[in-house]
Design a protein around this ligand. Structure first.
Ligand SMILES: NC(=O)C1=CN([C@@H]2O[C@H](COP(=O)(O)OP(=O)(O)OC[C@H]3O[C@@H](n4cnc5c(N)ncnc54)[C@H](OP(=O)(O)O)[C@@H]3O)[C@@H](O)[C@H]2O)C=CC1
Ligand SMILES: O=C(O)C1=N[C@H](C(=O)O)C[C@H](O)C1
Length: 277
């Protein structure tokens, strides 16, 4: 099978680096030596496992992409950049007809979805690419659609802990709140408790010290009005490796869509990817 060209955007960021390391050794892919980066990044290149990537800043990307497209006439991009970049990057991809996997959280999600729906460019967008978490989301979606109001009157508490540099509230937690609300919990995403203090993470959450700099821990607690029942759901992820497999499945999924285009649908989620036959 012909290798799929992938452009991993967001280097030298943490998740983009994890994707690049795995992509380089994955026989299904040809990792392209370019990565969209932030305006503030000073380095012009970065080397990962002996592969050199040219870092392309927002002010030169319009011009650069013309040359990249001449060199690689077809490719799929993976975006792990910054919440502030989500909407402008999605616009850039659709305007240049570059199919994309958007792992980056934050930004205006409604606008993000609209941009893709109105375009001719397919994309997979999901706040969490860990397949086991996506499976949990699919279970929640089933419950929400099948038993709306099941937790009517219950009080929901949501707390999440991530590395100190994380810019936004967990996109995963926000998506989960949507399901809990359908189940009747009536919770405002602004009430999600964010933990970013390494001392609290170590002492109270007992997060292993080697993962303080890279983790995503989430707890959702539902309590009955009279206190007689409590339900708790947790997903605690250490490191970032778990996101690779789902992201790469999403790339393969998009390639299949490109080979067999569906003009009626351009926007896909990771639940679509998980449901792939
Ligand atoms: N869907 C999923 O499964 C997962 C999603 N994520 C999400 O991925 C995103 C990235 O996370 P993480 O790697 O930890 O973050 P980092 O802050 O480590 O990396 C983000 C990188 O993107 C760069 N950047 C900023 N603006 C742009 C731009 N306009 N174009 C391209 N790159 C840009 C940053 O540069 P600078 O430093 O100059 O700002 C930085 O190098 C977050 O939104 C996070 O929530 C994370 C894990 C899993
Ligand atoms: O920034 C992170 O690290 C993560 N971000 C995603 C989110 O905001 O939901 C997914 C995961 O929690 C890791």
């Amino acid at each position: 099978m012909e290798k799929i060209n992938i452009m991993i955007n967001g280097l030298p960021g943490n998740v983009a680096k994890t994707m690049a390391r795995s992509g380089i050794t994955d026989n299904r892919f040809n990792v392209m030596p370019f990565s969209l980066t932030g305006q503030e990044i000073e380095d012009k290149t970065i080397t990962i496992d002996q592969m050199r990537f040219e870092l392309v800043k927002p002010d030169v990307r319009d011009e650069k992409i013309i040359r990249i497209k001449r060199q690689f006439n077809s490719f799929i991009t993976i975006d792990y950049t910054h919440p502030n970049a989500v909407n402008s990057n999605a616009l850039f991809y659709t305007q240049n007809q570059i199919p994309f996997v958007m792992g980056t959280t934050g930004g205006n999600r409604e606008q993000l979805e609209q941009v893709v729906k109105k375009s001719s460019t397919p994309a997979v967008i999901a706040p969490n690419m860990a397949k086991q978490i996506v499976g949990f989301q699919a279970m929640m979606e089933y419950a929400a659609n099948t038993f709306p109001g099941l937790f009517e009157g219950y009080t929901l508490q949501v707390s999440e802990s991530h590395q100190n540099g994380k810019a936004d509230t967990s996109g995963t937690a926000k998506a989960m709140v949507g399901y809990f609300n359908q189940l009747g919990a009536n919770f405002d995403v602004n009430k999600i408790q964010m933990v970013r203090d390494p001392e609290v993470q170590r002492k109270e959450w007992k997060i292993p010290k080697e993962h303080i700099a890279g983790h995503g821990w989430h707890t959702y607690t539902l309590t009955a009005p009279d206190g007689s029942a409590l339900f708790e759901f947790k997903h605690n992820i250490n490191g970032r490796d778990i996101y690779v497999s789902g992201t790469f499945d999403a790339v393969v999924f998009l390639m299949e869509k490109l080979n067999k285009p569906d003009d009626s649908k351009k926007l896909y989620t990771m639940i679509d990817v998980l449901n792939r036959p």
